[in-house]
Design a protein around this ligand. Structure first.
Ligand SMILES: [Zn+2]
Length: 410
C-alpha cells in the first residue's frame, strides 16, 4: 500500500456573519456557514482540482461538499465543540479536526493521513541530570516542528547518597538535590514519570515535599501507599495528540519500602489492558529489562514499553511480537558532570490513529556534542550482566586457586 501524506489547509470563508460561526455546533444556529479549503500535500503544494467545503446548516447537522477529482465521503467521528470529521476517499483516509479556537483568527485545518508521534524518554537519572540545556534544546526544537511530542521518564530520578548506593544519610544534600531535580524536570516539560524504587523510599519528609512540586503526573498502577508519607500515584495518564488520538501511559514499578503495598505488575497490566482499545498503549515501566520482556510476552496489546531500573542502554529497540521495548541507560550512579546523558526517541507513525510503523534511537550527550548511539559503540550492560560478570570472575579465581594448589604448592 502506498500512502500519500496529504494535508488539507483550509482558508476559511464565511458566508454569514462571524457570530454564527462562533455559535458553531449549537442548536440555535440558523443559516449556512461554509468552511472552504484546498488540499495540499505534505510539502505544502496545492493539489489541483481538490476543494472541500464543509457547510454548517444548523446545529449539529453538517453538509459536506467536495469538488474533488475523485470520490470523498465525510462522517462525524467525534462530535462536539471541536468536532473531528472523518474523510474517506480514493486519495486516502484522514481526520479533519475543526479547532474552534482558531475559527475567528486564521483557520488551519489539517487532514492527516499520517500522524507522526515522537516520544522522548530517559530513566535512572539518579540526580544526574547532565547536559540538561542541550536536552531541552533538542526537545524544544522538535516540539517547534511537531505538536505531537511527549517526554516520559521511567523512574529513579532520586538516589540516597552521592558516593554510595542506598545509604540513608546526608539529608540536607538529599533535600536540595531532590527539589532541584523536580524543578529541572518541570522546566524540561515532562508528560509523566513512573516513580522508581529510589523515588518512593522516603527520607524524612523531603521525598514527599519534592515530589509534590512535580508539574507532571506521578504514575505507578501497582503501588498502593499505606503510610500517607508519599503523594498518591496515578495508575495511568492519557495524552492526546493534536488530532485527538490518545496515548494511554500505564505506570508499573517496584519497591521494598514497607509503607507501600506492591501488587503483581503483570496482573496489574492485565487489569488495565482495556486501555489498548482505541489508544496507543504504552507501559512506562520501572521493572527492569527482564520483566519488560516478560510483560511484552504477557500483554500482546502493548504498543510500546519505555523501561528503566536495569540501566540497560538499548541502542536498538527490542521487538517482542508487536511490542517495542526501549530503555536509555542511566545518568550514572555517582554524580559527575562528565557522565554522558542519554535521551531515547521513539517515532510512531499513525495511520488514522493506528500505529503503522515504530522506530527508536538513543542520543548520547557528551562535552563534544550529541550523537546517535550505534550498537558497536555500546556495551549492553544491565544489572544481570554485572552479576554474570561477577560470577565469571569468582569462578576464574576459584579455578586459578585450584590449579595453583594442585601444581605449584604440592
Ligand atoms: Zn530502580
Amino acid at each position: 500500500m502506498i500512502l500519500i501524506p496529504v494535508f488539507l489547509s483550509f482558508v476559511y470563508k464565511i458566508n454569514e456573519d462571524l457570530q454564527e460561526l462562533t455559535d458553531y455546533n449549537q442548536q440555535n444556529i440558523s443559516g449556512p456557514v461554509t468552511l472552504e479549503g484546498t488540499v495540499r500535500n505534505h510539502e505544502g503544494e496545492k493539489l489541483e482540482g481538490i476543494i472541500v467545503k464543509i457547510k454548517e446548516v444548523n446545529g449539529n447537522i453538517r453538509e459536506y461538499i467536495s469538488e474533488i477529482d475523485g470520490y470523498f465521503s465525510f462522517s462525524d467521528i467525534v462530535p462536539g465543540e471541536n468536532p473531528i470529521i472523518k474523510l474517506t476517499g480514493d486519495k486516502g483516509t484522514g481526520h479533519i479536526s475543526l479547532n474552534r479556537e482558531n475559527i475567528n483568527s486564521s483557520l488551519m485545518l489539517k487532514y492527516p493521513v499520517l500522524t507522526e508521534v515522537i516520544i522522548f524518554h530517559n530513566n535512572d537519572n539518579h540526580f544526574n541530570f547532565n547536559f540538561v540545556e542541550e536536552i531541552k534544546e533538542k526537545i524544544d526544537n522538535t516540539r517547534d516542528l511537531n505538536p505531537n511530542v511527549f517526554f516520559l521518564n521511567a523512574g529513579d530520578i532520586f538516589i540516597n547518597n552521592p558516593g554510595r548506593w542506598a545509604q540513608p544519610d546526608d539529608l540536607e544534600w538529599y533535600q536540595s538535590q531532590s527539589v532541584s531535580t523536580i524543578n529541572e524536570m518541570n522546566k524540561l516539560g515532562y508528560d509523566a514519570l513512573t516513580v522508581g524504587n529510589h523515588d518512593v523510599q522516603p527520607f524524612a519528609n523531603h521525598t514527599f515535599e519534592a515530589l509534590i512540586k512535580a508539574e507532571f503526573p506521578l504514575l505507578a498502577a501497582n503501588l498502593e501507599i499505606k503510610s500517607g508519607i508519599l503523594p498518591e500515584f496515578k495508575p495511568y495518564v492519557l495524552l492526546n495528540t493534536e488530532e485527538k488520538y490518545t496515548l494511554a501511559v500505564l505506570g508499573l514499578s517496584q519497591c521494598d519500602f514497607n509503607g507501600i503495598n506492591v501488587l503483581d505488575p503483570f496482573l496489574t497490566a492485565e487489569k488495565y489492558s482495556h486501555l489498548s482499545e482505541n489508544n496507543i498503549f504504552i507501559a512506562l515501566s520501572h521493572l527492569g529489562i527482564e520483566d519488560d520482556i516478560e510483560l511484552a510476552r504477557a500483554i500482546n496489546d502493548l504498543d510500546l514499553i519505555v523501561g528503566g531500573h536495569s540501566h540497560t542502554l538499548l541502542c536498538e529497540p527490542l521487538l517482542i511480537d508487536n511490542t517495542m521495548i526501549v530503555q536509555a541507560g542511566t545518568g550514572g550512579k555517582i554524580q559527575n558532570n562528565d557522565n554522558p546523558a542519554y535521551l531515547g526517541m521513539v517515532t510512531i507513525i499513525l495511520e488514522n490513529g493506528i500505529p503503522l510503523s515504530k522506530e527508536a534511537v538513543v542520543f548520547k550527550f557528551t562535552r563534544i556534542g550529541s550523537v546517535v548511539c550505534i550498537c558497536e559503540d555500546i556495551d549492553f550492560v544491565g544489572f544481570s550482566d554485572y552479576f554474570r560478570l561477577e560470577i565469571i570472575i569468582i569462578l576464574l579465581i576459584f579455578l586459578i586457586g585450584v590449579i595453583c594448589k594442585k601444581f605449584l604448592f604440592k
